[in-house]
Design a protein around this ligand. Structure first.
Ligand SMILES: [Zn+2]
Length: 289
């Protein structure tokens, strides 16, 4: 078995010294306050290093995306920017290089590695309780893979963020890619959930063969149809929503002194987060496909 550090925080693992295709990428902690991804990757790397786990075919690329923010315990570094909003690389034209933060340099550093992958998983956790769910970038065969990694819901279209997030960049590169929200940051079992999902992904893609079947569960596919941004400091939810809670028509999503937002058709609350800044996304609404 061969293990090599390709770049800081990026390891590649293969049974063969010539690093054969396919390249299967697993990424974690693009947001530094979501350590479950880095934990899962570290556990997998340790298992390879001490011989408990063997690569089967191709090359596995383990990517701890934002080690600086992870060590600071923040979503992004103090001087930097959200690493999962930079993948249109607009900043290379609109922002002078002297004011780039760590994340701007890191996105460029990871770009080449990512573009060469054949399939990709990206692990996150959320601010509030949620069943594990995936967000697909629509490149075949990612939806079939997603249905076998042990998530409850699969979001198939989320156009609002499409060009800025890492799986959007990979779509442009033609790489099937999946982001998974594994649960809430504070769940005691969150790192185990991320590890389980990452291991299933490696099994389903054939990157490992440890004799365990990836156990698919029933997965409901949904579309995000509405992005609601926080209109004011006073805005509060009608109830303390949790992820994928079902909202019936007429339900009060939230209100401030002048605005009331109610749903007009049955939908799901996705990633509700009352604590975001004014103007940032406070909740998404999704419907069954
Ligand atoms: Zn995240």
């Amino acid at each position: 078995m061969y293990i090599e550090e390709l770049k800081p925080g990026v390891l590649r693992v293969s049974a063969s010294a010539d690093w054969p295709k396919p390249y299967v990428g697993v990424c974690g902690s693009i947001h530094g306050d979501e350590p479950c991804g880095a934990d899962a990757i570290r556990r997998i790397a340790d298992a390879f290093e001490n011989g408990e786990l063997q690569p089967a075919k191709g090359t596995i690329v383990l990517i701890h995306a934002n080690p600086e923010a992870t060590s600071q315990g923040r979503r992004n570094t103090a001087e930097g920017d959200d690493l999962n909003r930079l993948w249109d690389f607009e900043f290379t034209e609109t922002l002078r290089q002297e004011v780039w933060g760590y994340e701007h340099h890191r996105a460029l550093e990871l770009k080449e590695v990512l573009g060469e992958l054949d399939v990709f998983l990206d692990l996150h956790s959320a601010g509030t309780a949620t069943p594990p769910f995936g967000i697909s970038n629509g490149e075949a065969p990612i939806d079939d893979i997603a249905k076998r990694v042990n998530i409850s819901f699969l979001v198939q279209s989320w156009y609002g963020l499409a060009d800025k997030v890492i799986i959007g960049f990979l779509k442009l590169a033609g790489v099937p890619a999946l982001s998974v929200e594994c649960g809430a940051h504070g769940d005691p079992g969150i790192s185990d959930a991320a590890h389980r999902i990452a291991m299933n992904f490696l099994r389903v893609t054939g990157a490992i063969d440890d004799g365990t079947e990836a156990n698919g569960t029933e997965v409901r596919t949904v579309h995000v149809i509405e992005t609601i941004t926080k209109p004011s400091e006073e805005f509060g939810f009608g109830s303390p929503w949790t992820g994928f809670q079902q909202l019936e028509p007429g339900t009060l999503v939230g209100r401030d002194r002048v605005t009331e937002i109610r749903v007009s058709r049955p939908c799901y609350a996705v990633l509700p987060n009352e604590g975001v800044e004014v103007g940032d996304d406070v909740i998404y609404l999704a419907v069954d496909t």
